[in-house]
Design a protein around this ligand. Sequence first.
Ligand SMILES: [Cu+2]
Length: 465
Amino acid sequence: MISRRGLLGSAALLAGASAISGRLQAAGIPEAPTNESSAMQPPLVPSSGPDYQPVATLNGWTLPWRMNGDWKEYHLVAEPVVREMAPGMKAHLWGYNGQSPGPTIEAVEGDKVRIFVTNKLPEHTTIHWHGMLLPNGMDGVGGLTQPHIKPGQTFAYEFVLKKSGTFMYHPHADEMVQMAMGMMGFFVIHPRDPKFMRVDRDFVFLLSSYLIEPGAYMPKVTEMTDFNLWAFNTRVFPGIDHLVARKNDRVRVRVGNLTMTNHPIHMHGYHFEVTCTDGGWVRPEARWPEVTIDIPVGAMRAYEFDATEEGDWALHCHKSHHTMNAMGHNVRNFIGAPQRDLTRVIRKLEPDYMAMGSAGMAEMGEMEMAMPDNTLPMMTGFGQYGPMEMGGMFTVVKVREGLARDDYKDPGWFRHPPGTVAYEVASAAGPPPRQTGSSETRKPQIELNVVKPGANGKGGHKGHH
Ligand SMILES: [Cu+2]
């Protein structure tokens, strides 16, 4: 899937190129590898230079490079891409080298990097290297620090990686459109000292959000707040890779936020500490324990823990709307209201009408609903005990004993030791469920809300009758 043609064998031709002060000479442009699969590619172990533990990009990959003298050369291509956000739903986006987000770039502190950027979009672009310390003219702000890269043009960015840490890349040209279309990627700089901040597993993913109307394929780029797909690496549950770790591994998770709101990322089962921000590593004496870390807009947080506890531990955004897929936001709360007659009446007007359940919405996790093509259920995914009723920014950290080092294969659901799962207590005279609300509020409502994906673009509309 990943093309490596043109990436090998070039260094020998260019012996002596290290004397070049920066301007590109006669090297030619390396071929741009491309990868359209949404399956996580194995971490790219360095074959030369300092040793490091390569990162695992959820549902993604690391961009191969070539050496040209002592320059590491990469080639990014900005282009339209098709991204499967979860099985059953594809988004037509813009990205890099076949995917959104673009491939992760990995390098080592002190490296000299040359990054070619070819523009195959219908409009101009640039790349800003978010958080990176570099010469001003390499900062990638169109109009301010460089001319825009016009369609068909290729530009080269050259800089020395001064500090290790976690950075991002994204356009600084028609940003509102280009980031809403999915243009972003991770840039990880490993420490030159292989022992510094070493971990056994190192996961990376970017937070992104889209408004793609049910049945549609392209995001609405002018939306500011009311997105309906909240994604890790442009994937939504149940399409997001699980984070597989071997028991007792030291695990790092790096999360970057290029959406327009904050995301409190919560992980079950562990207390962890933030060890890195976009500004660099956090000193041990400055860290504190957490179970949820807020990832501000335009920021990255990396946290670490020792994977001592086996299990299937949920990892998700704690804004509960962000663990849902496309849904209507105008749904009235009908909990406690008998609806059988109401539904029959409304279905004469709206054959696809689906009421919010009178006991809540959980039944939607199991229901087969009529939906437009290319639309995901709002609450979905099954675990070993039933429907999970999730979507969006939700995945699972799977910690298992006895995995091989660097084995990221899905080990299946956790086999709980006997006697360690919550269980039903036999009770002959259990209390009946309590009804919410008074009889007053349980009268049939006059104003009805029809939950019909695609009816007006936000998945619902009001009907009065
Ligand atoms: Cu969120």
